[in-house]
Design a protein around this ligand. Structure first.
Ligand code: NAP
Length: 337
């Protein structure tokens, strides 16, 4: 990498099921000059996210082939012709998957980081970013978790999953149960993250394993996975339980129409509530999230929970790793320097 060269990841083909490295290419260009009203940002950390997979299919709102992809990023302003930004400012923006970007304060979610002393930069793309905000909105608004209530979260060792566990504990949840894809992750949940119980979803039907882990039932399910996980959770939810449906990881790489939970009518029998959570509808909670979590990050009661892959040239592999379960916590890419 040279100082005058910018790099970006372009998608060049549409994946059929699981994406492959050959669906992408790294493209070089000159570092752009800021135009009036924009600032040049050098990206420091990039977020790769499961939702990017859906955008790779194209269509409305999807990624174009042969153009830079987009994703959440934090970076430092190198030069500015935006009156709201000065050199050295740290910003959050959505022009990720590239080393340099032109941004405008207030446009497309671009904002200055509040820069809490003692809080590492990774936090702004993990527990203080869209990941934490999703978990916070799911628990405090969609599920309206009350003290003492028992929570189950799937993909519990990932970004939203770990944030859900942390935030649920801080909100005074009762038992917290998680599912994840390996024995190592299960141990991490119970031994390092304070989950009361956890299981590997490969070890048997989710409903059966969950019923063993939560013999008295659960009140809230934060669903990152859909499919069999959703069906299992419906079985185990108590009357008036709530499902905050965040994602459907089990379907992103092919099976777009898994059979609906066969027990969906239990939603009626048990007076359950199932509601989708879309983080972009909760951006008004950003300051509330930071005010709530920053004291706990500073005191060390909670961590940022990230897997940080080093080097821009590993961005594609970091993204592919999400579907191999390579990450503990939020998957990020740190750009050299
Ligand atoms: P993540 O959980 O950190 O990373 C993906 C994890 O998913 C992997 O580590 C893997 O862990 C698990 N996984 C992969 N394939 C799976 C499968 N077929 N079945 C079960 N688990 C699988 O990613 P994240 O960014 O935190 O996102 C988690 C979920 O939240 C996703 O569904 C995402 O789309 C959703 N989300 C939604 C919003 C919203 O606004 N609605 C915002 C952010 C994220 P294992 O090793 O445990 O399998």
């Amino acid at each position: 990498m040279t100082a005058n060269t910018a790099y970006a990841v372009h998608q060049i083909t549409r994946p059929k099921a699981f994406p492959a490295a050959s669906d992408f290419t790294y493209v070089e260009s000159s570092v752009p000059e800021p135009r009036p009203g924009t600032a040049l940002v050098q990206n420091l950390l990039l977020s790769v996210d499961p939702y990017h997979r859906g955008m790779m299919d194209g269509g409305e709102g999807g990624f174009e082939l042969g153009a830079p992809l987009e994703g959440r990023s934090v970076g430092r302003v190198l030069a500015s012709r935006d009156p709201g930004l000065v050199e050295g400012d740290l910003v959050f923006h959505r022009a990720g998957w590239r080393t340099h970007a032109l941004v405008t304060l207030g446009a497309d979610g671009t904002r200055k980081l509040r820069g809490h002393e003692g809080v590492p930069l990774e936090a702004y793309l993990s527990i203080l970013g869209g990941t934490g905000l999703t978990a916070y909105a799911a628990l405090t608004r969609t599920a309206a978790l009350r003290e003492g209530e028992d929570v189950f979260v799937s993909a519990a060792a990932g970004g939203v999953g770990t944030a859900t566990g942390r935030i649920a504990r801080l909100l005074g949840a009762g038992r917290i149960i998680g599912s994840a894809g390996s024995a190592t992750k299960v141990r991490h949940l119970t031994e390092s993250l304070g989950f009361d119980a956890a299981f590997d979803y490969h070890d048997g039907p989710v409903g059966e394993q969950l019923a063993k882990a939560a013999p008295d039932g659960i009140d809230v399910y934060v669903d990152n996975v859909g499919g069999g996980h959703l069906e299992g959770a419906i079985d185990v939810l108590r009357e008036y339980g709530r499902i905050a449906w965040v994602g459907a990881l089990s379907t992103y790489n092919g099976d777009r129409s898994p059979s609906a939970p066969r027990n969906l009518f239990e939603v009626v029998h048990k007076s359950l509530r199932l509601e989708g959570v879309l983080v972009r509808n909760h951006t008004n909670l950003q300051d509330e999230l930071e005010d709530f979590l920053v004291p706990h990050l500073r005191s060390g009661r909670i961590g940022t929970d990230t897997t940080v892959v080093q080097g821009f040239d590993h961005t594609v592999d970091a993204f592919l790793g999400l579907f191999r379960g390579d990450n503990l916590g939020k998957m990020l890419v740190r750009i050299d320097d």
